[in-house]
Design a protein around this ligand. Sequence first.
Ligand SMILES: [Fe+2]
Length: 473
Amino acid sequence: MIILGINETSHDASVSLIKDGDILFAGHAERYSKEKNDWYVNDKLINDALQHGTPDHIAYYEKPLLKASRLALRGGSGDWKPQFNIPGIPKKSFRHHYSHAAAGYYTSSFNNAVIVVLDAMGEYNTSTIWVGEGEKIKLKYKQNYPISFGLFYSAFTQLIGLMPNQEEYIMMGMAAYGDWTKYYSKVDEYFPSYDNQKYNFHKGITDWGWVSEEDKFDIAAAVQFVYEQRLNDFMRMAQSLTGKKNLVFMGGCALNSSANTLLWKIFDMIWIMPNPGDAGSSLGAAAALYGKHIEWKDPYLGYDLGGTYPIQQIVDGILKDGVVAVASGRAEYGPRALGNRSILADPRDPNIKDKVNLIKQRELFRPFAPVVMAEHASKWFAMDFESPYMQYTVKCLQPEKIPSVVHADGTSRVQTVTKDQHSGLYRVLNKFYLQTGVPILLNTSLNIKGQPLLNDEDDIEQWQKTYKSLVIR
Ligand SMILES: [Fe+2]
């Protein structure tokens, strides 16, 4: 049975195609339309997906009538139902949070786990706890709009002048530069416990007053601190409610890599599907319809540029120029570039951070992430777990040797890689290690700030013309 999963009319439209237990394709609308956070699927994306098979069923993300009622009662943006349709094919819609839960649990290796979904909001749900046992997923706890972890974080993102629903990751990065103690008690009043908030953050924060440029970093630090405290409380409640030692964490909040690290103190094993936000929910809806585990091999599920990974060219380029852009094979499904649409650079050079930030036209304070050979990770970073999808931020143990991938607070958002996960990238790292003694590279997404990742041949040609910078393929 081939199922086409569709996520449309919620930010980050996407399409997935699964056949029985295999994922044939999963891709983001924005990479094809070039419109960041595109809400709608497009013909190019659909045609790319359908090259892999003809669907017997369509599974939609979100229940349209429930969403329509929420939009009518509570407001919000977007259409209440998807536009995409193939006449004559059976269709089914799945709830927002259930799709998140299915995307996480059915791609995990667990047969017994608690599933926590935290985001801004689904149709009504904002925080849910589920239990996954065998192939069954059952709801155990729900919290509804307007109390919401995601809306809290987004409202403060907006307060400090960033784009809500889009630039939360920038506020997370700014937190490392601020003093959390300055505004802690004030922010804490807005979110005193996981089931209590001062008011409806959907409408933004209206009673804070003027925010200076300097204050923005201190506010970001306080918000991150309070968020982590509430997350800790909520996760401990989820653990004691269900008694489970394995956690599946999904929803946009699972993209907060700084906060995710604390979860290892609560759970034995953790799975965060590498695309835990709404963009991952086309796969979630398809998995929900399938109703069984699907095999997660890797996140390289999108547009296929083909070719073999240009290992030697990458190593030579980095040793010569310090930085290379690489595009090869299938595009990553998820927000992080994990080697196939990446800019890779020498982490030893303290000036490389500015150089890459200038290429990407980003703020100079923005940190970069390291990719490290998995077997060396614990020597360089305070971690005793793998992080193949750049989902956890940990303390760097040798910051003086790799200054360009260490954040202001001494941490790094680490990607670990094994030969099995990405043999090409692993071999690049190994060659760099043999030459330099450092098994680490800087890895950041191949895009300009605010634009989608490069996807296909046309994008690469355009990039080379516009920025006069070569993309290795
Ligand atoms: Fe969501």
